[in-house]
Design a protein around this ligand. Structure first.
Ligand SMILES: [Zn+2]
Length: 435
């Protein structure tokens, strides 16, 4: 490991110009400037986590304005009032965590099915009784905006309490224009109320609604028609689909992606969770932001993802819940230097998980990812998966979205299960009053 030094200005005018400062900190920057290079062939040359010890951060106008050593800022501290200085006493600061694949907005829940399955009911029994995704669609359609907001807010707060400052939220349980709109509006409103960044994703191509039984192409036609409407209302940041034997074909998803492209919207896809029917190849063809799940991904498609700069989003919570045994091709992803992100996939059926820290732990234990990979997967690579150019790193010019942790080493975040060591959360340069 080498210690990186980055030239930053330390003149008095700069050092006294910040709105607030964080001192006495150890930083996991995930910035190449500080030696973060998870794909380096020569690990001796890279600095794990891009870490900086005994460091300090200057924040101005919601941005990271300066990063340097504690010694550099020390002579200037008399310029600042006490409430502008956060002495973190040797604790660790990371970028605010980013959960880049969630379905947290939904009505009802499916604990009754969880219970029934454990008493011996099969998926077919449950489906015959109107269970499965159809029951979530019914409950989501039936809930009004306020009810949907109240139910989803609890899940969001659980994530925020673990240092999540940016989150992706998908539609996909409405499956008609009004209900998809309602979900996306709730997603936006959650971000506004709680002052965190929400990236919304249009996922009407998630499942076939009952009223379109045996008419998947007709439904896809509707999905294509609704997209420009919801986009014109400012509700859509990206477009997603479920490309599987049990959902939609690559040809059907391609029709939706072509509409997305005509609107300049980025795409992503639920890919290769249960089978390989060409999903990741399709995402790569459209230079998609991410391809997600990937248990059945093959090396040819990994090469295509590498060429299109598409992030591999791994979802160990779904793998765990489904008791899956087929691992995503981690070694091949590493070999081709495809950035790996890790997310909760919070959803009522296959991943009722509202802990990104636990998802990180599962990424290590179930998928054999390193602790550096899962932390990068919830910061810098998750930002890339959402197309967020100024989030996910501690670096000058980046948004001052930060999480402060009462830990001795970054690996503690992935190692512990059920202990939340959060000690402070900053969003756009302001500390949250309650964590
Ligand atoms: Zn999902």
């Amino acid at each position: 490991m080498t210690t990186s030094t980055v030239q930053t200005s330390t003149d008095s005018a700069t050092m006294t110009s910040f709105d607030n400062v964080i001192i006495n900190a150890n930083l996991a920057t995930f910035s190449k400037q500080y030696g973060f290079d998870i794909y380096s062939d020569n690990q001796e040359k890279s600095t794990p986590y891009g870490q900086l010890m005994n460091a300090a951060i200057g924040i101005k106008d919601g941005k990271i304005a300066w990063v340097g050593t504690h010694e550099q800022i020390k002579p200037h501290l008399t310029h600042y009032k006490n409430d502008q200085i956060k002495d973190v006493d040797g604790n660790w600061v990371t970028p605010g965590l980013i959960d880049c694949h969630t379905h947290i907005v939904y009505g009802g829940n499916r604990s009754n099915e969880f219970e029934a399955r454990l008493q011996g009911a099969s998926y077919q029994d449950i489906a015959a009784q109107g269970g499965g995704i159809v029951s979530t669609v019914s409950a989501t359609r039936a809930a009004n905006e306020e009810e949907l907001f109240a139910q989803s807010e609890k899940r969001l707060l659980a994530l925020i309490k673990e240092g999540v400052t940016s989150i992706e939220i998908k539609s996909g349980y409405g499956l008609d224009l009004e209900s998809e709109r309602k979900m996306l509006k709730v997603a936006r409103a959650l971000g506004d109320k709680h002052n965190i960044h929400v990236s919304t994703t249009y996922l009407a191509a998630h499942a076939l609604p009952p009223e379109y039984k045996d008419r998947a192409d007709d439904y896809i036609e509707q999905v294509c028609q609704w997209l420009p409407i919801l986009h014109s209302e400012g509700l859509v940041d990206a477009v997603d689909g479920f490309c599987e034997n049990i959902a939609f074909t690559a040809e059907q998803i391609k029709r939706v992606f072509e509409v997305a492209r005509s609107l300049d919207l980025p795409v992503k896809l639920h890919s290769e969770q249960l089978s390989n029917i060409g999903a990741s190849a399709l995402v790569a063809e459209f230079q998609g932001l991410s391809s997600d799940h990937l248990e059945h991904l093959v090396e040819d498609d990994i090469k295509k993802m590498a060429a299109s700069n598409t992030v591999a989003v791994l979802l160990p919570g779904a793998f765990y819940t489904l008791r899956d045994t087929k691992l995503p091709p981690i070694e091949a992803l590493r070999k081709h230097q495809v950035p790996i992100a890790v997310s909760t996939d919070c959803n009522p059926g296959t991943s009722p998980l509202t802990s990104l820290l636990l998802a990180m732990n599962m990424g290590c234990t179930l998928f054999y990812l390193t602790t550096e990979e899962v932390l990068a997967g919830a910061t810098v690579h998750a930002a890339q998966a959402l197309g967020l150019a100024k989030k996910g790193k501690i670096e000058v010019g980046y948004d001052a979205d930060l999480a402060l942790w009462d830990i001795a080493r970054p690996a503690d975040l992935a190692y512990q299960m059920g202990l939340n060591p959060i000690a402070g959360i900053m969003v756009q340069g302001k500390w949250r009053e309650t964590v």
